[in-house]
Design a binder for this molecule. Sequence first.
Ligand code: FAD
Length: 438
Amino acid sequence: MILSGWGRTTAQDCRVSRPRSEAELAARVAEGGLIARGAGRAYGDAAQSAANTVDMGGFRRMIAFDEATGQLVAEAGVTLDEVIATFLPRGWFPAVTPGTRFVTLGGAVAADVHGKNHHRDGSFGATVDWIDLMGPDGRVRRVVPGEALFGWTVGGMGLTGVILRVALRLKAVETGYIRQRTLPAPHLAAAMATFEANADATYSVAWIDCLARGPSLGRSLVLLGEHATLAELPQDARARPFHPPAPKRRLVPFEAPGFLLNGLTVRAFNEVYWRAGLAGLGERLVGWAPYFYPLDAVEGWNRIYGRRGFVQFQCALPLAVAAGALEALLREISAAGQGSFLAVLKRFGPQAGAFSFPMEGYTLALDFPLHAGTAALLDRLDRIVVTAGGRFYLAKDARMSRAVFEAAEPRAAAFRGFRAAEGLAGAFGSTQSERLGL
Ligand SMILES: Cc1cc2nc3c(=O)[nH]c(=O)nc-3n(C[C@H](O)[C@H](O)[C@H](O)COP(=O)(O)OP(=O)(O)OC[C@H]3O[C@@H](n4cnc5c(N)ncnc54)[C@H](O)[C@@H]3O)c2cc1C
């Protein structure tokens, strides 16, 4: 089967199986070189192995739920979309969620995904009580926080074994609405100051116009969010507090021609977005779906970049040097005029898992449609991040070189050592882990 990541740049002919039982899965593990694949929302080649890709779609049962603690036990192929559909009407929501709900629990653990509340609540692994993991010998072990195997599995990109079941704590909510406050920031320094001044907000994220220049470099709309209480809903919404009006789902019906997205159209879009944002400043109630998952409303949006696909660039930068490094990145991007519609800026709290992406500081993420000059631009961005002591998000990576990875990841040697010592290196591997020498 031809597999690719969400960015559609890593097409590869892979042998794919879909085991239906632990015994079938163990037989696949015995063959070696295996990588588990969830919903395929990682942007690059993290969930591909030419010889042995296992589609976890055969493991998607929810097993138990404890109303007293909010602990859900479910198989790794269950998606956050399914969790929300089942539990939001009962007053529970994922405690940490990425910007799409079409990810599996296995994928969320393996990438240790982060949400808009990382600065307060940490990443996905912080909500996990235990994991059932199939190891290289086909045996299933329950691993808990504090164990080395747990630490490397959370953020370990499927390279420590196959996650079979996850026990995760959901968060109690009174409604499905978010109280959203939009604050304008005319430049980067103002955006960062807004994050620091609102460190107690549950959710915060900024949409940056990455093509703005000069004194407007880094101009952003900072969106803060809190789960709305029942008392905060208008009277007519209180009867169905968990069912805000659903956004219309749209479909991208065809691959857009590459020329549709150029510097001019993106600049024009960003200008319109900025002005619309300024018009909608202040506080308003929005439904959970448009707040957490604006892109999920456009089915197949990854096709707007045309046949050649796109790559995402996401880095984390240490707090002490983040301002200078972000400015350098935005200067390169705006000068090249190649960025996507919007870049996302987010304040991170401290690192948790042994190999997790977040570090105390800031993260910047944006898409680049593939053009002639894109590779050279990305190399320049890589250098800025490495010089600043930052790192890159493996769930978004599709093209990093081994040299850049080594320079950015002093933790790689320890991970390699752990994989060798536990007999994991031959059993589990992806196209990405081969490319990066993991
Ligand atoms: C629109 C969009 C927005 C996003 N926003 C965010 C965001 O805000 N924050 C964030 O952190 N991420 C974000 N992501 C990335 C996404 O959350 C991660 O890539 C996530 O890992 C995808 O989960 P998946 O089920 O699709 O896994 P896949 O893409 O299929 O796999 C991802 C990794 O998980 C491993 N894996 C999957 N299942 C298992 C298993 N059962 N056992 C062991 N390993 C497994 C794979 O081997 C691979 O290494 C976004 C992605 C998209 C497309």
